[in-house]
Design a protein around this ligand. Structure first.
Ligand code: AHG
Ligand code: MN
Ligand code: MN
Ligand code: MN
Length: 322
């Protein structure tokens, strides 16, 4: 089976980019190990702190963030980093070519119940002669990402990665620590009978999403003329991985629960990298109003509505938003 570095070199990635990806994966292997140790490593449960978005941080959120941050800043490959668990961007090597935005641990409410969690990352080019301390260097739309990926810490540790030439899946061989290519070009089926949404928010959704889900639930006697199945992992990495493996529609729509926070998922380190992986596998990723990767960001922690997955099903959902 083919190892990750030669695959990336064949794709024409620069040595710096390959080294940067390997650096991120070195931290992910350590996170994978710690997550796998569970209660034995004393890292389950919460801290007494909150992140800038008002979420209570889990011990594993903080640990995963520290591992990624330290290894990236020490590597010299990044000009700056942005993380879900850092209030502000952090400056790195002024001469480096890349910036990285990451969600160190996605689905952290799953840590204490031994369920799926993962790490999501987005790599962009740093503008030439830019100031590493200036957060404006991150304000680039998702279509400018040079690479995006996630590592899913599940029964096996899997990496989904795109450098703009399709989406590939690698599996960590824990016997010698290499990510081996296990699916060369993931292809999301265009049609699906599966969807993922946190239905407990139903009463807070906007009419378009209410009507769309109602029609899915109506089954083969309703307007869609087929029966749909539902899944919700509460970790975007897990739900998107399922979509990459067998198709489906995943959405976290706007809701009116908290009028100041109509959206849940973060653009820079959740929506954008997942959008690149999904589109590179033949799917679509949209907010209901625009393509996710065309959004011009204005804040590293900004949030967006997300509708992604099987092409025809995303289009069916978007038709309700017109
Ligand atoms: P994080 O753990 O990084 O804060 O992200 C959690 C996100 C996402 O992964 C998941 O799809 C969603 O929150 C789950 O939301 P609910 O708690 O509403 O199910
Ligand atoms: Mn969080
Ligand atoms: Mn997340
Ligand atoms: Mn997170």
């Amino acid at each position: 089976m083919r190892r990750l570095p030669p695959v990336l070199i064949e794709d024409g990635c620069s040595r710096e980019l390959v080294s940067l990806i390997r650096t991120i994966l070195a931290a992910c292997k350590e996170i994978s190990f710690r997550v796998g140790q569970g209660a034995l490593s004393g890292v389950l449960g919460s801290t007494l702190d909150e992140n800038i978005q008002g979420e209570t941080q889990k011990k594993l959120d903080v640990l995963s963030n520290q591992l990624l941050k330290d290894i990236l800043l020490e590597s010299g490959y990044v000009k700056a980093i942005a993380s879900e668990e850092e209030d502000y961007t952090v400056a790195g090597n002024p001469d480096a070519d890349f910036i990285v935005a990451f969600d160190p641990l996605d689905g952290s409410s799953n840590t204490d119940i031994n369920s799926l969690v993962g790490t999501i990352f987005s790599i962009m080019q740093a503008p030439k002669d830019s100031d590493p301390a200036d957060p404006a260097i991150f304000m680039q739309p998702g279509h400018k990402q040079v690479a995006a990926g996630y590592v899913l810490y599940g029964p096996s540790t899997t990496l989904a990665l795109s450098t703009g030439k399709g989406t590939r899946i690698f599996t960590l061989d824990k016997t010698h620590g290499s990510f081996l290519l296990t699916e060369d070009f993931a292809k999301i089926p265009e049609d699906t009978k599966e969807f993922a949404i946190n239905a407990s928010n139903q009463r807070h959704w906007q009419p378009a999403m209410k009507n769309y889900i109602q029609d899915l639930l109506a089954g083969d006697t309703g307007p869609r003329g087929k029966n749909f199945n539902m899944r919700w992992i509460a970790a975007m990495v897990g739900d998107v991985h399922r979509v990459l493996c067998r198709g489906g529609l995943f959405t976290y729509p706007a809701d009116t629960k908290n009028p100041e926070k109509p959206y849940k998922l973060r653009l820079m380190y959740e929506a954008n990298p997942m959008a690149m992986l999904v589109e590179q596998a033949g799917g679509l990723a949209h907010t209901g109003e625009e393509r996710i990767m065309d959004i011009q960001p204005n804040d590293i922690h900004q949030r967006v509505a997300v509708i992604l997955g099987s092409k025809n099903e995303v289009e069916a959902c978007l038709a309700y938003h017109k």
